[in-house]
Design a protein around this ligand. Sequence first.
Ligand code: DLL
Length: 410
Amino acid sequence: MSRDERAVVQQARLRGLVDRLVAAGGTQGERLREAGVAGGADVGLGDLAKLPFTTKQDLWDSYPYGMLAVPMRDVVVVHGSSGSRGRPTLVPYTQGDLELWAAMCARSLVCAGAGPDSVVHNAYGYGLFTGGLGIHQGAIALGATVVPMSGGMTERQIRLLADLRPDILTCTPSYAVRLGEAAREAGIELNLRAGLFGSEPWSEELRATIEDLLGLAALDIYGLSEIIGPGVATECLERSGLHVNEDHFLVEAVDPDGVPVPDGVPGELVFSTPREAMPLLRYRTGDIASLSHAPCACGRTLVRMSKVLGRRDDMLVIRGVNVYPREIEAVVLRHASAHYQVVVDRRAAMPRLIVACEEADAGLEAALSAELGLSCDVRVLPAGTVPRVEIGKAVRVVSWQSGEPPLPGL
Ligand code: DLL
């Protein structure tokens, strides 16, 4: 679709979203009225930046069902986020929301070159988390064959990777490493062509590790429960940014004051979602990335986002130096294996960074200090000490406030 054609669709959907929020009369509707908006007819696409934001706090304030905008009888399923960063967030879906979500996840799979003949080995967790069931329904909507593995039981996963010979793998990037290592140990030959890895931040260096281990094109998929789940944005085989499904999810990148930043400049991603059960206007995700309107060689005309650079709230400030976990990962993977954990030692007044890994060359410590501008302690621990995450999201950064070390042997 050309940009102009799409703008017509986007404007109609934005107006519909505003109408529904005003009619539902909740927090978002009130804020719109305070901003002088009586209905969708009052806004055009160009006015988006003047409309009020919605935040995670708004969802927490109206826990459990967030800003439900339909009668409860129209809700067919509830999902949620793990709440690893705080309280859990629950998100309701109508039948229509599920159809939209499945279509978006089907698009993501198509970005990876999947089609009706594909076999999708889906090792995202099934349950409240949106990863497993989101991709599952997308694969079915595409007419592919989905193998609903969920996370964990790695030996059985390897067996089915060998027996069913899937061409597409979907899981977190950290679990992709685990599967790749296990497949290599078992000496099995894989048939994988591409993988959609997301739900956690990951670096280009981890991409290279995964591509080498699994012999596939490792693509990034981004999403969050509040907007729909996975399928908000996906890399195509060009691997040059994630195409945002902006016909449904309007995207902006804003500075800390909420002012939109130009293309190429990192900002906080803000999405508007028309989902029926819980429509959100200008939801501040906390995720930092930049946007690009430059054309992609694949021919898709959708705006692209960079890989997520970090979260607003997980930037570490160590002795006055700002550093995102992903930047640390990029250096670590050039000098050590993918099993690492960053420990922020806060026991003294001045916090220190400890990079715990299981094998590292002699250059890691110097590289960290040169590239991050920060001296770090590198601790090489016995093999198997750094936790492998089989289910859920990898925890790459832990804090050491007092008492026992967070990893044995530190
Ligand atoms: O993680 C949805 C998802 C499932 C996306 C499977 C991709 C694949 P939540 O549990 O609500 O939803 O967590 C959303 O995870 O705000 C980001 O901080 C982070 N995140 C998701 N995808 C990526 C990614 C799912 N590709 C939160 N890169 C988001 C970096 C990501 N961070």
